[in-house]
Design a protein around this ligand. Structure first.
Ligand SMILES: C[S@@+](CC[C@H](N)C(=O)[O-])C[C@H]1O[C@@H](n2cnc3c(N)ncnc32)[C@H](O)[C@@H]1O
Length: 186
């Protein structure tokens, strides 16, 4: 009986992760340690203000940011139920008062008090995010994207991580109305 319950729970977890991977277009795979270190360093270019992880997965990057910035508000948005629940438990157990993780889409979020946006998405996700940041809800923030770039906005820097894939990390600076530092590719 115990084995059946364990098997059912494991199957539920696997199906849940697969379902949300298909739904969002990306798995909750965390950024590698090398990529995380590069993003942490790049984050120093942002002004003071809330830090938001757009798709926070298991919370690995968000927790590293929370450690680096104990006096700032850290916000994660994650749709996938299991990584969201896990990261919420870690937040509660570690007493991270300055971290909030919402089980909702970052596309519905308001970034007006945020100074730093982080993402590790996929090409279509970047396209939708680009439209939100350029047209629907312009922001004043630094955005650091692992692996994937915007199609119509140029980064202020592109950093190549010293790993097997030479993973690109793109740094964008958005200044309300239009992305600045940022030549639009028109
Ligand atoms: C590759 S993981 C990145 C995890 C973490 N940011 C990191 O770098 O370690 C991408 C996550 O984005 C989530 N995601 C994709 N689209 C989303 C959306 N619109 N709203 C919230 N989460 C989303 C996925 O569920 C997935 O867990």
């Amino acid at each position: 009986m115990f084995e059946i319950v364990v098997l059912a729970v494991i199957s539920f977890c696997i199906v849940s992760i697969l379902w949300f991977t298909l739904k969002t277009g990306i798995s909750p795979m965390p950024s590698s340690v090398q990529v995380r270190l590069v993003i942490l360093k790049a984050s120093e270019q942002a002004d003071d203000g809330a830090v938001v992880d757009l798709g926070s997965g298991w919370g690995t990057l968000l927790f590293a940011m929370a450690k680096k910035y104990p006096d700032r508000q850290l916000i994660g948005y994650e749709l996938s139920w299991l990584p969201w629940a896990y990261s919420r438990i870690v937040v509660a157990m570690c007493g991270m008062q300055h971290v909030r993780i919402y089980r909702s889409s970052f596309l519905d979020a308001d970034f007006s008090n945020s100074s730093l946006l982080l993402c590790y998405l996929h090409p279509e996700g970047m396209q939708v995010l680009q439209q939100k940041l350029l047209d629907d809800q312009p922001v004043r923030a630094l955005l650091v994207s692992s692996t994937f770039a915007f199609s119509d906005v140029a980064p202020v820097h592109t950093i190549r991580v010293d790993d097997l894939y030479q993973t690109p990390v793109y740094v964008y600076r958005f200044k309300k109305k239009r992305a600045v530092g940022v030549q639009h590719k028109e």
